[in-house]
Design a protein around this ligand. Structure first.
Ligand SMILES: Cc1ncc(COP(=O)(O)O)c(C=O)c1O
Length: 425
């Protein structure tokens, strides 16, 4: 327990009580599971691992995949963001339903695994990896995946490209180079014609070692909630596409021999993929997290997507009203004041990057403090939780959380249908 929080909280409550109702007394927020979580709870209690687990709802995932497929139509292609769905089995499922073999990878160990799991994939690297990472990829590459045909390295500066050029010469191979553009996110990438010119000149001067393969312009800022004074989604999107167009025009004008029909002109990310329907420059659209819709993707641009991922964990202990160490009986003041502290549960694990989802009305107790072993949860009695029932959370993001729980639990129609290993490394 955090002693300072505890003292402050106790003092605050005392003041509220002494103030005789200056603060509005909280009303009970608890509600039992709805039908969806009632069914899932029964299934997990009967057939689940009875430890913290990551549940992926395949019916909901299908809905989200279909949203993407219906939006990203030829001549554009859908590229799966591998880091946001970090399980080969999950990626395989998505690629089959969406009919795409395009992946975006961000991590050398995952990249090597992709090359084995998806030997026919077309892979674009999503960030400029240190050249040593690239070297390690080639050293540990196994199977029939042919990087000379199937892989594009992402380059952001002439300096990085010079390092990759040396690598290519050392390996006696040709590297395909995709150039990161800054289309408004300002997370690096080329932001002026001079830098782009330097990169393209270097490529043009070394045809045996380097080949220009396209551009990548990631624009999530245009789909996230930003104060309207900074611009609407549309304004930020069009501004970004104007920048992208400027770099494309520069390349066509100044490096005509580098401009080919088969270039990968990658754009988007979950927050903006729908907006790219309205432009004709890009031909390759990245989407990952929108397929699972964790809470940070509750965006108006993703209104048609549904949450498809939950953390489920069993209640280990149901111990009644909040009873704080040292305060003992005096803790009753808290549960008297706040009906949402009349039940205390301790769950298996906790303190994840996640928000309470079901039953409704669960809350953390800051006076008691966090535990990654047995997190405290308070609620009003209406939630009706018992020992062994599951507490459900929605992760705030997917890329890290999916790696934390061992095998992912795939459910369909409220039944467990598969277990999928997360990526390693
Ligand atoms: C370069 C790039 N493209 C696309 C994405 C989109 O990923 P997601 O759809 O999972 O948000 C990301 C996410 O970080 C990214 O870095």
């Amino acid at each position: 327990m955090n002693r300072r929080n505890f003292m402050l909280g106790a003092a605050g409550l005392g003041a509220a009580v002494v103030g005789g109702g200056l603060l509005a007394r909280p009303s009970a927020n608890g509600q039992p599971y709805d039908e969806y979580f009632r069914v899932l709870n029964e299934e997990l209690k009967k057939n689940g691992p009875m430890r913290p687990c990551l549940v992926i709802d395949l019916d909901r995932l299908d809905h989200n995949i279909d949203q993407v497929v219906q939006t990203v139509k030829a001549p554009k292609h859908y590229r799966i963001v591998e880091k946001s769905l970090p399980s080969s089995a999950l990626i395989d499922y998505v690629s089959k339903r969406a009919g795409t073999r395009r992946l975006m990878s961000f991590h050398q160990p995952f990249l090597n695994d992709d090359a084995v799991a998806f030997p026919d994939a077309d892979i674009l690297i999503g960030k400029p990896l240190p050249v040593r990472s690239a070297e390690l990829f080639y050293k540990t590459l196994k199977g029939s995946f042919d990087p000379g045909r199937q892989l594009q390295w992402l380059i952001d500066t002439p300096e990085h490209l010079r390092q990759y050029l040396e690598l290519a010469k050392g390996l006696g191979t040709r590297l395909r180079i995709n150039v990161e553009l800054d289309v408004g996110l300002h997370r690096g990438g080329v932001n002026n014609n001079q830098a782009l010119g330097e990169i393209l000149s270097l490529v043009a001067a070394n045809p045996a070692s380097l080949q220009f393969a396209g551009f990548m312009g990631y624009d999530p800022h245009a789909g996230m909630a930003v104060p309207s004074i900074l611009g609407s989604h549309e304004e930020l999107f069009h501004k970004g596409m104007a920048v992208y167009q400027g770099f494309a025009d520069f390349t066509r004008d100044q490096f005509a021999e580098q401009w080919r029909q088969d270039l990968t002109l990658n754009a988007a990310g979950s927050p903006t993929y729908r907006m790219h329907q309205a432009e004709t420059l890009s031909n390759d659209i990245s989407v990952g997290t929108a397929l699972l819709k964790p809470t940070h993707y509750d965006l108006d641009t993703l209104a048609t997507h549904v949450p498809a991922v939950y953390i489920a964990t069993p209640v280990l202990k149901a111990v009644g009203p909040i009873d704080l160490p040292a305060l003992d009986g005096a803790s009753r003041l808290f549960s008297w004041w706040d009906p949402n502290q009349r039940q205390t549960y301790f769950i298996y694990g906790g303190y994840w990057m996640a928000e309470y989802e079901s039953p409704k009305g669960l809350q953390f107790n800051a006076l008691f403090g966090h535990s990654t072993n047995q997190e405290i949860v308070n609620a009003s009695p209406e939630v009706g939780l018992k020992v062994d029932d599951q507490v459900f959370f929605r992760p705030t993001q997917s890329e890290f959380v999916l790696l934390q729980f061992g095998d992912l639990v795939a459910v369909r129609g409220g039944k467990i249908v598969d277990y999928w290993a997360p990526m390693q490394g």
